[in-house]
Design a protein around this ligand. Sequence first.
Ligand code: SF4
Length: 334
Amino acid sequence: MFSLFSSRFRRPLVAWFRRHGRSLPWRETADPYAILVSEFMLQQTQVATVLPYYERWLARFPDFAALARADESAVLHAWQGLGYYARARNLHATARAVRENFHGVLPRDAATISTLPGVGRYTAGAIASFAFDQAEPIVDANIARLLSRLTNLHTAIDTAAGRDRLWQTATALLPRSGGRLHNSALMELGALVCLPRRPLCAQCPVRQFCAATNPAELPRKKTRRHIVRLDESHAFVLCRKRVLLEQSAARWRGMWILPRLETAPRAQPLLRLDFPFTHHRITLSVFAQPYSPNERQSWISLGVLDRLPLPSPHRRALAQLLPRQKLCSTFSGA
Ligand code: SF4
């Protein structure tokens, strides 16, 4: 029996990574700011989606100072389309905290990094290892799946006991130095070989260390939360090349959306579209509606719409509605 917790495990893992690991822009840099940006963007978002955003973001906000100086509207606009906007607000707050508390330089140790806004245990370990090459454990979804199979873990990984086991395993696997290479290799093996439904065990460089008896059944999780369906109604009011929009104070705080309607009118909507939001499935219905603007709403000139932060469903709704409307629809009080 080969021990998982020895250099005999790490050697083939790292050799495989050197040969098969993808070249990704955040792997080609040791700039702590760029790595931090990539880690925020990659939370709950796939690599292919993140790539163009990452390049644009670094061109627009190249360092902590530039991001700390930016106003929230510019930050949300640059994030637009990536979703989970709390990440953008936290990244912005982190840049300001680095400027104000650490003289503009990201601290090197995971414990201090974890005090920054929106930085949890995983992100702190990822930055400490990827930016500063420290031997810090990390457990993301790919590593969780890989470790649960390597150790044949049948405890649900979204319980405290399951999480503890994974972090203990990740810690025990660490080399004394070279955290960057080690963690990158674990992550990549989870992403490319130890796949969720059909792990490619025949191609796995560490299969002789793997204890999984039925890998496709792992990791175990508690029962999933049910998807909740929601219907939401909004108004579309257009006049003299301006559209009425509302600055959201709840979901998508600070972004611009079509004005909310408390109740759905007894009329056919101009448009209906579905989108997911966390564990909700939302049907957005948009009505042509006489409307009196309130204090959170503003008439926005069509010429500046592209420069405002709008969540994707509302931007999609406007993209479909604007070409088919006369330039004045029903409204009151403009
Ligand atoms: S042998 Fe299969 S299940 Fe085990 S770690 Fe490798 S890919 Fe995953």
